[in-house]
Design a protein around this ligand. Structure first.
Ligand code: KE4
Length: 430
């Protein structure tokens, strides 16, 4: 594929921006080579600046469940922009988007809009600490909740020891109150509460993990999360930035029948524009300024354009739910990928919840970070480029989930499986 224009633009990008990107996930560090520069998206497709077309499975890392440049979303944003893009004052559109969220997400009684998933998780953690008067936060290895200082933490020496910074610029003070446990490890969670129960303000968890690739929680783990937080007076935070409106209209919590105390949202809730949200039990949310004392603010929070995109997206997901079609398309893709990997003799497992899934280059089921870390990331990198050079744009890391949109067709899925068959043959033989 000719990508000369892409290379030219990216060379300039690297002079202007660190790594040439505005988010490291896009820098292709995990797969090598240079990021592809894109010009346009429409439905299930992306076109790069050299005019090459790709079937897209990143969907902007999740938001585009209805496809790129979905006409009702584009029209809603165009219409809203004619009335002004931001007032820094209340608008009815914020009521409409918050109404949709409260109606959709079982545990959310009241909600606050912000501008990103990171802002949502950062605010939810501050609220959990403000509400409980406690300091410690539990998170899980392989779970990503945005670039929040207190969550950019490496695991301590043992499951029940507090974390240490894993990024320059994060101080010991910011990380000393964070406990890193293993996902799906009930005993570890019990030990942490036994050792620190009276100090734990909250537990934040991806109820289906996307950020070490797709990892599904066990029933026991979900039940332990809810029981142990309740018993110890800690706040259970479901980070549904990725799973919200993705795995079901009501998110993972509606699939699993678990009610967290707080939920964070992002991605789909903004329909591709910058919206994050955190919400939950009214008795907790009333502690947020100006009703309560927990400070959180934002110039562009709830701005009319982002709300318009979110409203158009959630309204369509509510009124014409694509979830059955997404299930059929996603199952077709999953079955095809597994068959192709089997034929190519490539060690693999596949994990899927609805229209988010991951083909792992490992023969061992991925249940947590230690098992995820066993994947053959070199084989993955070869697979990634084998697909990209056949017009399929896959998440550029083994430790990301892929997404199917309602704009994908059976033909797209079958074309993807054929490309995967050839790419896997390349991945296994080189
Ligand atoms: P943002 O601040 O990127 O909107 O959201 C942070 C975040 C929070 N929680 C979960 C479960 C998330 O997956 C994310 C962001 N996801 C990554 C990709 N897995 C976004 C891609 C990027 O960082 O560029």
């Amino acid at each position: 594929m000719n990508r000369s224009r892409s290379r030219e633009i990216f060379a300039r990008a690297k002079q202007l921006m660190p790594g040439g990107v505005n988010s490291p996930a896009r820098a292709f560090a995990a797969v090598g080579g240079e990021p592809i520069v894109f010009a346009r998206g429409q439905g299930a497709y992306l076109w790069d600046v050299d005019g090459n077309r790709y079937i897209d499975y990143i969907c902007s890392w999740g938001p585009h469940i209805l496809g790129h440049a979905h006409p009702p979303v584009v029209e809603a944003v165009e219409r809203a922009s004619r009335n002004g893009t931001s007032f820094g004052a209340p608008t009815e559109a914020e009521n409409t988007l918050c109404e949709l969220i409260v109606d959709a997400v079982p545990s959310v009684e009241r909600v606050r809009l912000v501008n990103s998933g990171t802002e949502a998780t950062m605010s939810a953690i501050r609220l959990a600490r403000g509400y409980t008067g406690r300091d410690a936060i539990v998170k899980f290895a392989g779970n990503y909740h945005g670039h929040v200082d207190s969550l950019l933490v490496a695991a301590g020496s043992s499951a029940a020891t507090l974390g240490v910074p894993n990024s320059p610029g994060v101080t010991a003070g910011a990380s000393q109150d964070t406990l890193i446990l293993q996902y799906n490890d009930v005993a570890g969670l019990e030990a942490a509460f036994a050792a620190h129960g009276e100090r734990i303000a909250g537990v934040i968890v991806e109820p289906v993990v996307g950020n070490m690739g797709t990892v599904v929680p066990t029933r026991e783990f979900l039940s332990a999360l809810r029981t142990l937080t309740e018993r110890n007076g800690a706040v259970l935070i479901f980070d549904e930035v990725m799973t919200g409106f993705r795995v079901a209209y009501g998110g993972a919590q509606s699939l699993f029948g678990i009610r967290p105390d707080l939920t964070t949202l992002g991605k789909i809730v903004g329909g591709g524009l910058p919206v994050g949200a955190y919400g939950g039990r009214a008795e907790i949310m009333k502690h947020v300024l100006p009703e309560g004392k927990v400070f959180q603010a934002g110039t562009l929070s709830g701005n009319p354009l982002a709300c318009a995109a979110g409203i158009a997206t959630l309204s369509e997901l509510r009124d014409d739910p694509p979830y059955e079609r997404l299930e059929q398309l996603s199952r077709r893709l999953a079955v095809g990928l597994v068959a192709a990997a089997g034929r190519a003799g490539v060690e693999h497992t596949l994990a899927r919840v609805g229209s988010m899934m991951t083909l792992f280059f490992s023969g061992e089921p991925v249940r947590n970070w230690p098992t995820a870390a066993k994947c053959d990331t070199q084989a993955f990198a070869r697979f990634f480029w084998g697909l990209a050079n056949r017009g399929v744009y896959w998440p550029c890391s083994q430790f990301e989930a892929l997404f199917v949109s309602a704009a994908h067709t059976e033909a797209d899925i079958d074309e993807t499986i054929s490309a995967a068959q050839e790419a896997l043959a390349g991945a296994s033989h080189r």
